[in-house]
Design a protein around this ligand. Structure first.
Ligand code: NAD
Length: 287
């Protein structure tokens, strides 16, 4: 029987710490951390994410503003808004909800965000800093996974870590963060051969594929730590992960559920990054 890593409880504890730090920053420096979220279009899932981000900000005592732009918004209009937010003193973090409509160049938009306000840590400057191991922000989902491991007392150093998925948002940075903690890391992806042979070697297995029940008990070593990043919506509307919980849980030593595992941590790490950005701003301006 695996121990269930309770992402909701860990997230609630960290959000409380962030709230206390936020109150201190407001009290001592008169600076309220501010997050601007931009959403382009009507994607219902994105709208829910944006709403949750705004509510989480408010819950932590932060200032938040949401810019909802129509699907037909031109790239230049979006870039002008980001430019304005880059120089807005009340805003310390800017997040552009992805995906963007196909006529907008995602890379150009991300690069237009000031790296100091890039609380998603997707800007090439921040990606480079993470690669070098010296950074201000970490991308929210992989950072959330690292926090879950740390809070659960799971040792990473010297252990075999396998990440399935190589996206810029999850898989690649996840591998870098595990490497930074001295894990021996293997990255698997859609062209990987004999996947199960590799996953069965994992002491720590992080799955970020986007396919329900992709990893089953046969692919997991006895006693492995299994972190399920996947969020998939089933026909009945319920959420499910990338890991077949029923067959993997009896073999794993630790496992994250979906929902209630990695998901709640992502927004918590966004709050943490926004607080970090505001604290850095305070250090620069209050000297
Ligand atoms: P993505 O589609 O960008 O990447 C999926 C990855 O899976 C790719 O790198 C691909 O190579 C790999 N893959 C596909 N088929 C494979 C196969 N047969 N064998 C091995 N690898 C295979 O997705 P993403 O943005 O990285 O997200 C992955 C999942 O994580 C999705 O379900 C997404 O909804 C979820 N997600 C969750 C959070 C959260 O807050 N919990 C945040 C971001 C993404």
């Amino acid at each position: 029987m695996a121990k269930i890593i309770d992402g909701k409880a860990i997230s609630a504890k960290i959000r409380q710490e962030i709230k206390i730090e936020t109150e201190k920053l407001i009290r001592e420096k008169r600076i309220t951390p501010g997050l601007a979220v931009i959403i382009v279009g009507e994607d219902p899932a994105s709208k829910v994410y944006v709403r949750n981000k705004r509510l989480a900000c408010e819950g932590a005592g932060m200032y938040s503003v949401v810019h909802e732009l129509p699907e037909t918004t031109e790239e230049e209009t979006l870039l002008r808004l980001i430019d304005k937010l880059n120089s807005d003193k009340k805003i310390h973090g800017i997040l552009v909800q992805l995906p963007l409509p196909p006529h907008i160049d995602e890379g150009r938009v991300i690069e237009s965000i000031s790296p100091e306000k890039d609380v998603d840590a997707f800007h090439p400057v921040n990606v480079g800093k993470i690669t070098l191991g010296s950074y201000d922000f970490l991308p929210c989902t992989p950072a959330g996974v690292m926090t879950l491991l740390e809070e659960s007392g799971i040792e990473i150093g010297g252990r075999d870590c396998v990440v399935i998925g190589r996206s810029n948002i999850v898989g690649k940075p996840q591998a870098l963060l595990l490497l930074e903690k001295n894990g021996t890391v293997t990255i698997c992806h859609s062209k990987t051969k004999k996947l199960a042979e590799i996953t069965r070697r994992a002491d720590i297995l992080v799955v970020a594929v986007g396919r329900p029940d992709f990893v089953n008990g046969e692919m997991v070593k006895e006693g492995a730590v299994v972190i399920d990043v996947g969020i998939n919506r089933k026909a009945d509307g319920k959420l499910t992960g990338d890991v077949d919980f029923a067959s993997v849980e009896p073999k794993a030593s630790y496992i994250t559920p979906v929902p209630g595992g990695v998901g709640p941590m992502t927004i918590t790490m966004l709050l943490k990054n926004t607080l970090t950005a505001a604290t850095k701003y305070a250090e620069m301006t209050c000297r």
